[in-house]
Design a binder for this molecule. Structure first.
Ligand code: COA
Length: 700
């Protein structure tokens, strides 16, 4: 893991482009460094000035009293390369380049950024930016940014690809009373990326929650490796905008068509235990919940309300968000019955009625929080004439203290009349909303994290030694020599066999006699399939004959296939006919792969056959870091799993054999980045073993 200790804790900071002129970025940075209470030395660098904001100013880095650990650059883009070179020769360890005018501006900027990184690598300097706001750490403290202020101290690290988002959130956070441990504006991510800062925040003792806004990730597999480790330690919540490039690729395989544009991110986040926020408010609601409340031990929510309607809304939302309404013990129900008026609902949601004062909330809350079947409670308050908002809030604060392991949320459903109560709750760090839905979304995010955390295993990723990459290379060499990108079925069978995936014997025959010869060798019955990389749906054109039992049938089948295909597609090049050993019927499955630009191979598993796209019974995992446990989970997520366990009297299928095929597909497609797309459809699963029957591979 990259150690960013010296980045966040420099002994000295130089600001190149420091300025005396108020309103200039170079002036704001100097003021920010002074005002945040930074304890190290600050060296403003400007050739024209002798003093800036009361600090001695130096004409260049080499004239500063000592080499600066960190240099913040705020000079026009055209001067940055010379300035960065000077940082290198003067022993700087870390750089923040605020300047815009790099890859975001086109070809010239792109080249400038490439050279910037080159200089940083030459002098072993780490770089944040360019084109960023900078960073802040409230616990060091340091403010190496041009933000208008400094965050309140807190336990949330916010890492953002958008500088504007950093500035807006900072400004908003004061009125929301929200504190932060770190703010990092990533800019163009020419060197340091979200993965580096997530890894750092995971180790930071002052950070409890990691919050990110990203538009893309730089290096998918590295991101996953870091995030998986980090989310075992603390929650990572990400708002990801934009869509992945995978969707932009023309998908010619079933797997590609099923994957959709954003699926690689969705899968990566799930595999790493990251919680995905769908909007800015959700991102910060989750941050507040994680920072201020304990993570619930389970999914069972108790609702206490003084009105029926909101109770029903909450119940519906709880079901919708994959949570459960808690079932109270008999003791809890009896207790509620004895105390509450007879018209009250004593089951979940507990309705304490519209005339409830704080005492009914107190009693009910105490009872349900003490119930071992309740993991978390939500209190809904509507403003009737007799409602006591402040007193009810105080009751909640007291109960939160008495039951510190059970998170408590509130929706005070009104405006002015309830504001006293909701302010008290916010100050006591009990999340309070105007409506129940965002409260339940936050609870659901916390529960997903606790489920995901338990499921991320430290098991080693799948690994196979008995593979023959040379044989695969040889097939690809021949295919490319033939000016093709799509492999014939027989070639694809050779590729998967080289990686230990059991495949039904398949050979190419150029004429009927050769087909007969091959069929005799492998034994009847056989299947014949037209061999042409241009034909995707062979059976639709009469290009497949099954159950051929003797030499006459094979000869006749061969001729009929060629005639039929030529009738439908007279222009298409036919390489011959593939002869394949006919396998007994098994459970028909698909195992496939589509490649994502950022994350690499995305593996699919599900019900196979001709109805794949119709049934869409598929689950996905990224090959990067894939473990046996993950593959097993991937299989159980599909309806196909019910069939595999043995459905209506059929014998169970060999799930271990399928796990191995999926693992080997992951290995093959990771070892060969030129495999663009791949479908094995069908894979036949039997009581013992599983076989690839029809494999399609497209290379780039
Ligand atoms: N070493 C030291 N000082 C230098 C220098 C160098 N190599 N080159 C210039 N300077 C001085 C200038 O003389 C000037 O000082 P002055 O105010 O005393 O005249 C100061 O550094 C700043 O240079 P200037 O040319 O005035 O630039 P600027 O302040 O107008 O703009 C940037 C500089 C970096 C702010 C601007 O180029 C930029 O990129 N702005 C966009 C930033 C942004 O949006 N980032 C992304 C956020 S998401």
């Amino acid at each position: 893991m990259t150690d960013l200790t010296s980045f966040f804790n420099p002994k000295s900071v130089a600001i190149v482009g420091a300025s005396k002129s108020p309103g200039k970025i170079g002036n704001v940075i100097v003021k920010n460094m002074i005002n945040c209470g930074y304890k190290g030395k600050i060296f403003p660098i400007n050739p024209k000035e002798r003093e800036i904001e009361g600090l001695p100013c130096y004409p260049s880095l080499d004239k500063a009293p000592e080499p600066a650990d960190l240099v913040v650059l705020s000079v026009p883009a055209a001067s940055t390369l010379d300035a960065v070179q000077a940082c290198g020769t003067n022993g700087a360890k870390n750089l923040v380049v605020i300047s815009a005018g790099f890859k975001e501006t086109g070809k010239e900027g792109f080249e400038r950024e490439r050279r910037l990184v080159e200089i940083c690598r030459r002098y072993d300097m780490r770089l944040l930016g360019p084109n960023c706001v900078g960073f802040m750490d409230t616990h060091v403290p340091i403010n190496a940014s041009f933000a208008a202020g400094f965050p309140l101290k807190g336990e949330i690290a916010f890492i953002s690809q958008s500088g504007a988002m950093v500035l807006s959130i900072l400004d908003w956070s004061y009125q929301a009373g929200l504190g932060f441990s770190k703010f990092v504006s990533l800019g163009n991510k020419a060197d340091l990326t979200e993965a580096h800062f997530i890894g750092d925040a995971a180790e930071d003792p002052y950070t409890k929650v990691i919050l990110c806004y990203i538009e893309d990730v730089e290096d998918g597999p590295h991101f996953m490796e870091v995030a998986k480790r980090a989310s075992r330690k603390k929650p990572i919540i990400i708002l990801k905008s934009g869509t992945s490039q995978a969707g932009a690729q023309a998908a010619s395989s079933h797997t590609g068509a099923l994957a959709g544009s954003d699926l690689a991110y969705e899968t990566a986040f799930r595999q790493c235990g990251i919680i995905r926020a769908r909007s800015m408010p959700e991102l910060f609601d989750l941050a507040v919940a994680f920072a201020n409340q304990p993570v619930p031990e389970g999914e069972k929510v108790a609702v206490i309300t003084n009105s029926g309607g909101p109770g029903i809304v909450a119940t519906d939302t709880i079901e919708l968000k994959d949570l459960k309404m808690a079932r109270f013990t008999r003791e809890t129900v009896e207790g509620l019955r004895n105390y509450l008026p007879p018209e009250s609902n004593i089951y979940n949601p507990v309705d304490v009625l519209g005339d409830a004062k704080a005492d009914r909330f107190r009693f009910s809350l105490e009872k349900v929080l003490a119930d071992p079947g309740v993991d978390c409670a939500l209190v809904l308050v509507c403003p009737a004439g007799v409602t006591e908002p402040e007193e009810t809030a105080r009751v909640m604060i007291e109960m939160a203290g008495a039951y510190p392991k059970k998170p408590l949320f509130a929706a005070f459903m009104g405006g002015e009349r309830l504001s006293g109560g909701s302010n008290l709750l916010s100050r006591a760090k009990i999340p309070c909303f105007t409506f129940p839905e965002p409260a339940i979304t936050s609870i659901s995010g916390m529960v997903s994290y606790s489920r995901a955390k338990d499921q991320i295993s430290d098991e080693e990723p799948v690994h196979y030694e008995d593979v023959d990459p040379k044989a695969v290379k040889a097939v690809f060499y021949d295919v490319k020599k033939d000016n093709r990108l799509v492999l014939l079925g027989s070639e694809a069978a050779e590729v998967v066999s080289a990686y230990g995936i059991p495949s039904a014997p398949t050979v190419l025959a150029a004429h009927p006699e050769e087909a007969v010869e091959q069929a005799e060798k492998m034994g009847y019955p056989v299947v014949l399939k037209v061999a042409s990389p241009k034909i995707l749906h062979k059976s639709d054109l009469g290009g497949v004959k099954t159950g051929l039992d003797n030499r006459e049938e094979v000869k006749k089948g061969f001729v009929e296939i060629i005639e039929s295909v030529q009738r439908y597609l007279p222009q298409v090049v036919i390489h011959g006919v593939e002869v394949q050993k006919m396998m007994p019927q098994g459970v028909e499955l698909i195992i496939g792969m589509t490649r994502d630009i950022q994350f690499g191979p995305l593996i699919a598993f599900g019900l196979g056959g001709i109805y794949v796209n119709l049934l869409k019974d598929v689950s996905f995992r990224l090959a990067s870091g894939l473990t046996v446990k993950e593959i097993e989970k991937m299989i159980t997520e599909t309806k196909a799993h019910t069939l595999l366990r043995g459905y209506r009297g059929s014998k169970p299928a060999d799930i271990a054999a399928l796990v191995e095929i999926i693992g080997r597909v992951a290995k093959l497609t990771t070892d060969f980045p030129e495999i663009n797309e791949m479908d094995i459809n069908p894979v036949f699963a039997y009581n013992r073993g599983a076989y690839a029957l029809d494999t399609k591979i497209t290379i780039s």
